[in-house]
Write a protein that binds this ligand. Structure first.
Ligand code: GDP
Ligand code: MG
Length: 763
């Protein structure tokens, strides 16, 4: 099968084209660096099927970042039959810089001029024919997004793949042309493949090439001695880059004619004046985030009910109506409750509660009709369905949250967030580039950890991997939703949406604090520079959003019926049987004994031995290490079998009531519940995330990362519990923190010099 590779700058539309060619739903993000690994699919609309490989986005073929290495090695070693170089036509000069390098490889190349819809709309003119003549390889205008010109592109790529192409360089008229040619001939004589490409890279002083071809490097050194110039002072790499750009602007850019009316600010620029404002940028971000959490988790749309209550002496709308029919009452309660008008997230949550009840009732009625044994009833009703329905009841709501985040991402706003945060946190040792994987962590830590490959600096990569789990993922969100919902119902008038928002922000703040701390201790060093062009804002695409949400849904369903299912069955057995294998109540079970064995550890955190049935929270925290959804699943299974929900009637418990039931059973306070949530947010993430982080870290760093997670979660959760329980202790912790900060400041100014050098072990 023929194999075509898609190569181009980040954010030029490679993945969009890949998806349109192969019908797949790979993640398209409106910010650079979303695809970090190559991906394969098949294009079927030519006479024979063609394999398509989507390579990570790169600006050049030098081996500085892992993506550059992946893309470079693929084109050189795997010898695709054609390289489709995607060029963002709205950013022609910068994109063609990579083109001039790809052209030096002996491989058929076709240029896909993408985003032509934007060019045409803005009134600019781009003459593809003229460009094709100048460059010497086929140039096809396309719009990957609108699926225009794609078939022609593939036909021309197919035609190109049928003959060989020799590398050509735009450096032929540069002062280095002579030495490049000498090296090329020498390499060719030795039978090296792609001699021109290697000759250019060697002349630039590319580290890999220098190692591979020492003899030819001597030729370059020889030439360097005789060569003198005032501008570059022998920096051949800069000289080559300069020659490329000069050639591009003299020869290729003439194909592009900018329309006259371009002078005024574009809409994107105007929006950025506000959204990336020096002072208001972060408050606006927090406000947008708050709006998202409000719409997802609050039961009182726009706080209308509360506001009406203020004017009305405490009484809100009073939506607790009874129209005399259970079904109608139930339907009305999806949209209006005693809390107020439901937000979209709350509607989805209520609706799902309706559906899971209905299925649950059906299952148990079916089993009873079939005359199932008591243990089987328990296993299916309480164990399997109890746990899975607990997780599923939050899924639509979390998908809505995810939809909102995808909108922010696809519109181009998240790229601004990275930029704003870079400006604010650079002083603390964090770069905006590192924020991109962190923000991806709101979805799932696994792809976020993979994305850290784009970070060039080792220390930054380690730190980022460690704090990614602090950005609450979709699997932890149900814990926050259930716990905050229960607290709102039992302890305070504070709204669940606001509580969830504050916890999310707390997680992000912990990430920043811990990176700043590591920068002062084990991970000292400079912050890598952060350069990213901000993509233009655009309306989010429906198809894109649906693809994201669909991916997430598939992920949940797959997890629910594999790892969570198995966990539920194991948990159910452990909490249904005693050591001598008799069916007993949960509070006499094996699970209770296991949990009781280590529950004391959590006493300083507010969910240990001070509780009755302390084992429940201890056990749920541990099952969460397998998958964070297990925390809720465990709550449900235990709540159901502790007898709170024996009858079909009480099956209407909807995800929050189970937690309320456990509050009754254990006597845990809201302080302990918050500490519990914080512990789960900051501790070792699920198996999958931990394994991914392990693979992304340099050797030997993983065990310290585990220590970091355990230490951070334990200490933070303890401080949270103590401060919430005895508010005045906040002064003690603030003073301690001030001392630590003062120490770092003084040390950095060179005023004190206490060091903790390790003794020499080998002495
Ligand atoms: P990649 O980083 O090269 O894989 O780029 P993506 O495929 O993730 O696309 C980056 C952004 O450009 C996304 O927001 C796409 O929706 C957008 N995009 C891609 N192709 C086109 C196009 O032809 N026209 C327009 N207007 N936008 C596009
Ligand atoms: Mg991509």
């Amino acid at each position: 099968m023929l194999k075509f590779a898609l190569a181009g700058n980040p954010n030029s539309g490679k993945t969009t084209l890949f998806n349109s060619l192969t019908g797949s739903t790979a993640h398209v993000g409106n910010w650079p660096g979303v695809t970090v690994d190559k991906r394969e699919g098949v294009y079927k609309k030519l006479s024979s099927p063609v394999a398509i490989v989507d390579l990570p986005g790169i600006y050049s073929l030098s081996p500085y970042t892992p993506e550059e290495v992946i893309s470079r090695n693929f084109i050189l070693d795997e010898k695709p039959d054609c390289v489709i170089n995607i060029v963002d036509a709205t950013n022609l000069e910068r994109n063609l810089y990579l083109t001039t390098q790809i052209m030096e490889i002996d491989v058929p190349v076709v240029i896909a001029l993408n985003m032509m819809d934007v060019v045409k709309k803005s009134g600019d003119k781009l003459d593809a024919k003229k460009l094709e003549e100048k460059i010497g390889v086929p140039v096809v205008e396309i719009s990957a997004l609108k699926d225009e010109g794609v078939q022609e592109l593939m036909e021309r790529a197919y035609a190109a793949s049928q003959s060989r192409r020799e590398g050509a360089t735009v450096l032929a008229s540069s002062p280095l042309a002579h030495v490049i040619d000498d090296v090329r001939i020498a390499l060719k004589g030795k039978g090296v493949e792609n001699p021109l490409f290697h000759a250019v890279k060697l002349t630039e002083g590319d580290e890999i090439e220098v190692k591979d071809h020492p003899a030819e490097m001597e030729m370059v050194e020889e030439f360097k001695k005789q060569f003198s110039d005032d501008v570059f002072e022998g920096d051949f790499e800069a000289m080559v880059a300069d020659a490329r750009y000069k050639y591009i602007s003299a020869n290729f850019s003439t194909a592009f004619v900018r329309s006259q009316k371009k002078e005024e600010l574009t809409k994107s620029d105007k929006a950025d004046r506000v959204l990336t404002h020096r002072v208001w940028g972060i408050p606006i971000f927090l406000l947008i985030l708050f709006a998202v959490f409000h719409l997802t988790f609050s039961g009182d749309l726009l706080y209308l009910n509360t506001i009406v209550g203020w004017f009305n002496g405490g009484a809100g709308f009073a939506f607790d109506v009874d129209v005399g029919s259970d079904v109608l009452n139930g339907l009305i309660a999806i949209f209006f409750t005693a809390d107020g008008i439901s937000t979209p997230g709350a509607i989805l949550f209520n609706l799902m509660g309706f559906i899971t009840d209905w299925i649950g009732t059906g299952i148990s009625a079916g089993l009873e009709a079939a005359g199932a044994a008591e243990w089987a009833l328990g296993l299916v009703n309480d164990g399997v369905w109890g746990g899975i329905s607990g997780v599923l009841s939050f899924v639509p709501q979390i998908l809505f949250l995810f939809l909102c985040i995808s909108i922010l991402e696809d519109s181009g706003y998240m790229a601004r967030v990275a930029f704003i945060l870079d400006r604010a946190f650079r002083k603390f040792g964090l770069s905006g580039r590192a924020f991109i994987p962190m923000i991806m962590g709101f979805g799932c830590s696994v792809p976020a950890a993979v994305n850290t490959r784009t970070l060039a600096d080792d220390r930054e990569r380690i730190m980022t991997n460690r704090v990614i789990p602090f950005f609450t993922c979709g699997a932890k969100a149900p814990i926050l939703a259930a716990v905050c919902g229960a607290i709102a119902a039992q302890f305070t008038t504070m709204d669940a949406g606001l509580m969830v928002f504050l916890l999310y922000v707390f997680g992000m703040a912990m990430a920043v604090i811990m990176v700043a701390f590591m920068r002062q201790t084990t991970m000292r060093g400079e912050v890598a520079p952060f350069i990213m062009e901000l993509p233009a804002y655009h309306a989010p695409r429906f198809g894109n959003l649906m693809a994201h949400v669909w991916d997430k849904l598939k992920h949940y369903i797959k997890k629910a019926f594999t790892i969570i299912l198995v966990s539920c069955i194991v948990i159910w057995f452990l909490q249904s049987f005693s050591w001598d294998w008799h069916m007993v109540d949960a509070d006499e079970s094996i699970l209770r004994d296991i949990g009781s064995f280590f529950a004391w550890i959590f006493t300083p955190l507010g969910f240990g031995l001070q509780l009755e049935n302390a084992w429940i929270f201890a056990v749920a925290a541990v099952t969460g290490l397998i998958a964070k959804e297990n925390v809720i699943a465990t709550f449900f299974i235990i709540a159901k079998s502790l007898g709170g929900f024996a009858g079909v009637d009480e099956a209407s418990a909807d995800g929050i009531e189970e937690v309320i039931f456990l509050i009754d059973q254990t006597g845990i306070g809201w302080q302990g519940l918050i500490a519990y949530t914080v512990f789960n947010m900051l501790t070792i993430p699920c198996f999958a995330a931990a394994a991914t982080v392990r693979a992304e870290l340099p050797k030997g760093k993983f065990k310290w990362t585990v220590v970091f997670w355990l230490g951070t979660s334990y200490v933070t959760s303890c401080v949270v519990y103590v401060v919430l329980s005895w508010w005045w202790t906040v002064f003690i912790f603030a003073a301690a923190l001030a001392l630590v900060i003062a120490y770092f400041v003084l040390r950095n100014k060179g005023k004190i010099n206490i060091s903790f050098k390790r003794k020499n072990k080998t002495a």
